[in-house]
Design a protein around this ligand. Sequence first.
Ligand SMILES: *Cc1c(COP(=O)(O)O)cnc(C)c1O
Length: 400
Amino acid sequence: MESGAVSVADTLSRKADFPGLLTADGAPWHYLDSAATAQKPQAVIDAMSRAMGADYATVHRGVYARSAEMTLAYEDARRKIARLIGGSEAEVVFTRGATEAINLVAYSYPDKGRVLLSELEHHSNIVPWQLAGWQVDVCPLTADGRIDLDVAEAMLTREHTMVSFAHVSNVLGSVLDAKRAAELAHSVGAKLLLDGCQAVPRLPVDVAALDCDFYAFSAHKLYGPTGIGALWGKAELLDMMPPWQGGGAMIDQVGFARTTYAPPPQRFEAGTPAIVEAIAFGAAFDFVSAIGLDAIHAHEARLVAQTRAALGAMNDVTLFGPEDSAGIVSFLIDGIHPHDLGTILDEANVAIRAGHHCAQPLMAKLGIPATARASFGIYSDEDDVAALLSGIERTRRIFG
Ligand SMILES: *Cc1c(COP(=O)(O)O)cnc(C)c1O
């Protein structure tokens, strides 16, 4: 760890830095739904509050000092987000979130041929391709819930112009061998988009080392605000993509006869951007990088191992996903619907997710309507796991 960095243990002892982790009466709230959205540290809330208060002004157009400062802060956030994933700032487009980032590529990428998806994709990485008119092929999974890259290799043809896979599954927690996926895509001339929603908060990510072509993620799963995310794309690809939304800030010259467009990333940021959210996204980067994603990953891996071991020892529990899942544990208990489990756990201040997790094709593949899902974050600890386990015992007594 770099000197001056904060350890995960320090962060845990500052659990109170996350005001969202208490119930209305001030009791600990065992929040195990960080894969849906992460709680926010006070530093991010403060950055957002300052940007919306004393520092507030528009970006890009103002001639007054406040606007110039706001523009610098907005572009500084872009630099931080680029650094987070090992890209350059000219290659980072701010979007409303991962969903809009994937839509942007699905609509704007000029060579719309066949796209290879997988059975574990989030609806956000399925529906945009369908809507934008791509031919969709689907790669199956291995028995332990990974995208089966041997089958992907056999399926890929020269007709495929895109491969779009989750870097980490939001249901199973399985981590993609993204480097190999990039090699396979490139071997047939296709590009690789990685849906990094669950990877960016849980693993060190380096788009240059992975050699992917596009990378999409949301701020709100990385301890930042809702309403903003990012698309990273290789400069030469963004350069050849036309704008997909028109408006202010994305133009070069506008005339009724002819309009020309700004270069990327501005070309893809029509209208007044999410200024306040971008700055708070930058603050989320500062928070996470002070701890280090290696440390966060190791911390979550310990909690996953603990939870899987405890649940695996119960003979009425089915666990999904591989042993080395990143931060996410999906499971079912015989005779107890996940929604009932979730409701009874809620009475004990334990919040899990129950449902299809925006992955209906995966549920169909597994032959189940839903799973229960516990997912971890920086602030999760052994107490949260213990509360989950005792809540499961209580649910079993109620249903037994
Ligand atoms: C959450 C999530 C999305 C969608 O992200 P939004 O923030 O809703 O745009 C897409 N893919 C995965 C894997 C996710 O976990």
